[in-house]
Ligand binder design. Structure first.
Ligand SMILES: *Cc1c(COP(=O)(O)O)cnc(C)c1O
Length: 450
C-alpha cells in the first residue's frame, strides 16, 4: 500500500513521540464513554478515501485513548491490573515492527528460542523437569482450555466407556474453568474448600470418590487447583492436591494465571510447594509479571502429550514438522501466533531475575501494609489475611448500591479504579496490587474516601 515515504516518516515520528510520552508520564485514569458520545466525537472512521494517518492518530490520542481506562495506573486496583515494565512495552513496539511469526521454528527460530528461555525460567522456578515446555498463548482462558484438552486426551487413552467427562475443582476456581468445560462439553465437579478457602487433597479426594461412586458412567479426568484465586488471592494446598491426583491417577493442572508469578518471590515461595508435580500449569505475565497484554505462559510437564493433541495436520504444513523442531503452534489451540512472549523475555533478560523478585516483593509488602491500614480503619473490616497481593475487605453498613456508587464516584473523581466484588453473596471491595508503582500513599488516598 505504502512505501516508507516522507509522509510515513512524519507519521512514524508522531506515533513514536506519542508512545514515548505515554510511557514517560503517569497516565490519567480516564474512563469509558457511551457509543453515542464517541460517535459524536469521532464520527465514521471507515471511509472510501481514508482519513489520513495523522488525522486518525489524532482521533485516537484525543478521544479514543481517553475513553480507555489506564490499566497500568498505580491506583487502578480493580480486577487484575496490568503493570508492564517500560522495557517490555518498548520491546512490544519492536515486535510490532518486525513481522515475526511465532508459530514455527522454521519461520521464527530466534523469537521462539528467546520465548523458550523465558518459559524455562518459569518452569525452573516451579521445579518442573528439564523436559517441561510449552508456549505463550493469549491468556489464562486459552491456557486452561488447551491444558485440559490434553488432560482429557490422556484419560481417553485409559478409559473407553465414559458418558461424561468431568473436571474437579474448587468452588473458588476461576470462571475460565467452567468456560473450558463448556467448550469441551464436560461437567465440573465443584468441591467446597476448607474454611480458609483452600482446596486440600482430602477434600478433593473424598469428593471425587463419592462422585464416582454415585456416577459410575462419568469420569473425572483432571483436577484444577488455583494458585492465587482471582477474587481473594488464596493459594490451594498444592502438595496435598498433587498427592490426591497421584493416588487417583488424575491429571493435575495448576491455574496460576494471577498468583504463580510469585514463584519468584522468596517470601511466599513455600505457598506453591507441590507445583512441581503439576502435569500442566499456567501463569499470565500480563498480570503480575510486568508484561503487556496478551501473554499467558502455558507449561506442560510432558509437552509431547500436548503435541499429540494440538498439532494441526495439513499438506501445506507438513514441512514444518519434518525435522522434529519445536513449533509453538503445536502446544495449544491456535496456529498463527504473534511472538507474544518477547516483550516479557526482553524485559526479564534486560533487568535480570533479581529485579523481578524485588518488584514482586514490593507489591506484596504494599498489600500487607494495605491490610494493616484496613484493619485499623474504623469503617472497614478485613475479609482475609492477604496471602499474595489481593486485599479484600468490607465497608461496614453499606448496601450493594453504596459500593457501586462509591466506585463510580472514585473513577469520576479520577482518584482510583476499584470495583465492587462479592464473596459468599455479600458485596466486598478488593485491591489487586500488581504494580510496583502503587505506593502506600495511593492506598491511603483511596482509603480516605471510605
Ligand atoms: C485471570 C485469570 C484467568 C483468566 O486469564 P485471562 O488471561 O484473563 O484469560 C484464569 N484463572 C485465574 C486464576 C485468573 O486470575
Amino acid at each position: 500500500m505504502h512505501e516508507f515515504t516522507p509522509e510515513v516518516e512524519t507519521l512514524a515520528k508522531k506515533i513514536l513521540d506519542y508512545s514515548l510520552e505515554r510511557l514517560q508520564k503517569d497516565p490519567p485514569l480516564d474512563g469509558p464513554k457511551s457509543p453515542e458520545e464517541l460517535y459524536f466525537l469521532v464520527g465514521e472512521t471507515i471511509t472510501k478515501a481514508g482519513l489520513g494517518g495523522e488525522n486518525v492518530l489524532k482521533l485516537f490520542t484525543d478521544v479514543l485513548a481517553k475513553a480507555c481506562i489506564s490499566t497500568d495506573h498505580p491506583r487502578y486496583l480493580a480486577f487484575i491490573p496490568s503493570a508492564p515494565s517500560e522495557y517490555a512495552n518498548l520491546f512490544d513496539l519492536v515486535v510490532g515492527a518486525s513481522a515475526l511469526y511465532g508459530g514455527s521454528w522454521l519461520e521464527g527460530a530466534g523469537a521462539v528460542f528467546a520465548e523458550n528461555q523465558a518459559l524455562r525460567w518459569i518452569s525452573n522456578l516451579a521445579g518442573m523437569p528439564i523436559s517441561a515446555g510449552g508456549v505463550f498463548v493469549s491468556g489464562g482462558t486459552i491456557g486452561n482450555l488447551s491444558a485440559l484438552v490434553v488432560a482429557r486426551a490422556e484419560a481417553r487413552k485409559k478409559y473407553k466407556e465414559v458418558d461424561r467427562w468431568v473436571i474437579a475443582t474448587s468452588e473458588e476456581a476461576h470462571a475460565s474453568i467452567a468456560s473450558a468445560a463448556h467448550v469441551m462439553d464436560c461437567d465440573v465437579l465443584k468441591v467446597a474448600p476448607d474454611q480458609d478457602l483452600k482446596l486440600r487433597g482430602r477434600n478433593i479426594k473424598s469428593a471425587i470418590e463419592e462422585f464416582q461412586e454415585k456416577n459410575p458412567k462419568s469420569k473425572v479426568f483432571a483436577v484444577v487447583a488455583t494458585a492465587g484465586s482471582t477474587n481473594l488471592g488464596i493459594v490451594d494446598e498444592l502438595h496435598s492436591v498433587a498427592k490426591a491426583c497421584k493416588a487417583l491417577d488424575l491429571w493435575f493442572h495448576v491455574d496460576g494465571a494471577y498468583g504463580l508469578a510469585a514463584l519468584c518471590a522468596p517470601s511466599v515461595r513455600s505457598l506453591f510447594n507441590g507445583v512441581e508435580d503439576a502435569d500442566s500449569l499456567i501463569v499470565d505475565p500480563h498480570k503480575w509479571l510486568f508484561a503487556p497484554y496478551d501473554a499467558c505462559a502455558l507449561i506442560y510437564k510432558n509437552p509431547t502429550l500436548a503435541k499429540e493433541v494440538h498439532l494441526q495436520k495439513a499438506g501445506y504444513l507438513d514441512t514444518l514438522d519434518d525435522d522434529g523442531e519445536f513449533n509453538p503452534s503445536d502446544y495449544a489451540i491456535h496456529l498463527t501466533r504473534r511472538a507474544r512472549g518477547l516483550p516479557f523475555w526482553f524485559s526479564l533478560a534486560s533487568h535480570g531475575t533479581d529485579t523481578y523478585a524485588a518488584s514482586m516483593e514490593e507489591t506484596i509488602r504494599v498489600a500487607r501494609v494495605a491490610a494493616d491500614l484496613i484493619r485499623k480503619h474504623p469503617n472497614l473490616e478485613l475479609l482475609v489475611e492477604p496471602e499474595l497481593s489481593i486485599v479484600a475487605f468490607i465497608r461496614k453498613g453499606w448496601s450493594r448500591e453504596d459500593y457501586q456508587s462509591w466506585s463510580d464516584q472514585l473513577l469520576k473523581d479520577q482518584i482510583g479504579f476499584v470495583t465492587p466484588s462479592s464473596h459468599q453473596n455479600k458485596p466486598i471491595l478488593r485491591f489487586a496490587i500488581v504494580n510496583p508503582w502503587t505506593k502506600v500513599s495511593d492506598i491511603e488516598e483511596i482509603l480516605g474516601t471510605l
